[in-house]
Design a protein around this ligand. Structure first.
Ligand code: ADP
Length: 535
């Protein structure tokens, strides 16, 4: 810091840039980073598994979210620390690529960091630890392939898919209804899937929610639902074989712009203008009728007079439909979005077997169902629930289930859950460690210990003694040579996960191991943290 004077003699202070920065180097940097990573993992650890706890998060503007989904918890947490942000990224990548296993991946990364800390304290160089982890992760991924099983399903035999989705849903708040929701998710995915090419476009599945009713009322609609109603209560509530005009241009008489001036100084002039306006709109309605439209869906609104006229001319209309919905309607019904009224032709109309308006309960809430659409296989999952938080959480859980079903259609290999795959990998990695003569051996063993943390967390969250349960299951796995023994979280009476039907996708599990290792390696390689002192 130095005091200086400007050309007018006024004093000012010069701060050197370096002084504003704090700096951590070497082992201190690694330890600080590991501590931040572990702190994030600790938050998620209690949420893992079917008996995991939920978290309540409040946003700065007071919105409350209650969730069990790792990616969502981290997403909503306002973290400042850069390493914590890396963990958030980690969960997000798992969500993006696989869609499920977002809590598990962070718990695994946290355990790897914890083990690394011990190795660093014993004087092992971080690069050595990173290399050992890399080797161990490859062993684990190969081993997962080894214990994976294929399962068969077809359009007539969807039960295995439903079972897998149920495993995903069983650890969520909505597990009360897991059978129902799993069936819906699987049917939705199969409806949009191309089973021959093993491809699923999840964009074709729309998930809508409306507060009211109960979770059991959640339904799958083979079509699209729009949260809108007919613009006039006396318009027909049901249209069969609808031909839909999808408009993004205003559907009303042109309004005089402010720049123009119209002098109306007599009643006659006003009448003429009114008639002209009415004729203009009449022509528009006629044009729609001429091309054969039986329903008009507009992005914009129209006034009461236009609305009345539409009802009179028997042309049902829906107004204020959002851009995203319009696009989806256009895709599903094989129609074209018409941006200018003059361009409306009969080929551009969308076609749907049935369009109906459905009212809910005693409320005035109505939704528009567009079903039996011409072209596409787009479907909608319509969620009902007691409150907004429940609906949001159901949406997230359904998303996980949809992703799991999609992953299985892409690749039908599975590994068993409940920590059994992790324990089996841990045994394999531990056994492989002895083959390495170098210091990596320690890191490989540490990796095996870290893998154990997932079943330990599952046991702990279910109220079991973690160390005792783990050691019992591990010895059983080795004794019976059965890699499917896991933690019996729900106290079913057997810890054979095949009998409990608890499985996860192979690619999801492999991705967890790979992503967690990658992030931990990245954190270990940082030996200098330079940050501005504001933080
Ligand atoms: P994630 O966000 O990582 O999917 P979850 O909270 O959904 O986290 O927990 C998933 C873990 O719970 C997996 O390891 C899975 O094997 C395990 N799990 C799910 N259902 C059961 C069950 N019924 N019994 C034992 N373990 C289960």
């Amino acid at each position: 810091m130095a005091l200086a004077f400007d050309e007018y003699g006024r004093p000012f202070i010069i701060l050197k840039e370096q002084e504003q920065k704090t700096r951590l180097r070497g082992l201190d940097a690694q330890k600080a980073n590991i501590a931040s990573g572990k702190a994030v993992a600790r938050i998620l650890r209690t949420s893992l598994g079917p008996k995991g706890m939920d978290k309540m998060l409040q946003s700065p503007d007071g919105d409350v979210t209650i969730t069990n989904d790792g990616a969502t918890i981290l997403e909503q947490m306002d973290v400042d620390n850069q390493i914590a942000k890396l963990m958030v990224e980690l969960s997000r990548s798992q969500d993006y690529e696989i869609g499920d296993g977002t809590t598990g991946v962070v718990v695994m990364a946290g355990a790897l960091l914890e083990q690394a800390e011990r190795l660093l304290e014993r004087g092992i160089h971080p690069i050595r630890v990173a290399e050992g982890y890399e080797l161990a992760s490859r062993i684990a991924v190969d081993h997962l392939e080894h214990i994976a099983q294929k399962f068969d399903f077809g359009e007539t035999n969807l039960e295995p898919l439903i079972q897998t989705c149920m495993t995903t849903l069983s650890s969520k708040i909505v597990n009360r209804c897991k059978r129902n929701l799993a069936e819906i998710a699987v049917k939705a995915v199969v409806a949009v899937a191309d089973l021959e090419r093993r491809d699923v476009n999840l964009d074709l599945i729309k998930v809508e929610g409306k507060v009211g009713g109960k979770l059991e009322d959640t339904e799958l609609v083979y079509g699209i639902i729009v949260d809108k109603d007919m613009s006039h209560p006396q318009m027909p509530k049901q249209i069969e074989d609808a031909k839909i005009a999808i408009l993004t241009c205003p559907f009303e008489p042109p309004k005089p712009k402010t720049k123009h001036k119209v002098d109306i100084d007599s009643v006659e002039k006003f009448e003429t203008l009114r008639q002209q306006e009415q004729k203009y709109f009449d022509d528009m309605v006629q044009k729609c009728k001429d091309v054969g439209a039986t329903l008009v869906i507009c992005q914009w609104g129209f006034d009461d007079e236009a609305n009345h006229l539409l009802m009179h001319r028997n042309l049902p209309a829906v107004r204020w439909v959002g851009g995203v919905e319009l696009e989806l309607i256009a895709i599903a019904t094989g129609g074209r979005i018409v941006p200018r009224f003059q361009e409306l032709t009969s080929e551009k109309l969308g076609k749907a077997g049935l369009v109906r308006e459905k009212a809910f309960g005693t409320t005035k809430d109505r939704m528009l169902y567009i079903e039996h659409c011409a072209n596409s296989r787009a479907v909608t999952i319509f969620i009902r629930g007691g409150n907004k938080m429940m609906i949001e959480e159901t949406k997230r859980s359904i998303h996980d289930a949809l992703c799991v079903a999609r992953n299985l259609i892409r690749n039908n290999s599975i590994v068993y859950g409940g920590g059994s795959a992790e324990i089996s990998c841990s045994v394999a990695v531990e056994a492989a460690a002895d083959k390495y003569p170098g210091v990596e051996q320690y890191a490989i063993r540490a990796f095996a210990d870290a893998l154990d943390s997932v079943p330990m967390a599952l046991a702990e969250n279910s109220g079991l003694q973690p160390i005792e349960t783990l050691s019992a299951v591990k010895s059983q796995q080795i004794k019976e040579n059965n890699p499917y023994c896991g933690i019996d979280c729900n106290d079913v009476g057997t810890n054979d996960m095949r009998k409990q039907n608890v499985f996860e996708t192979l690619i999801g599990k492999q991705q967890q191991v790979l992503l967690a290792t990658q992030v931990v390696k990245m954190i270990l390689k940082i030996d200098d943290v330079i940050s501005s002192s504001d933080y």
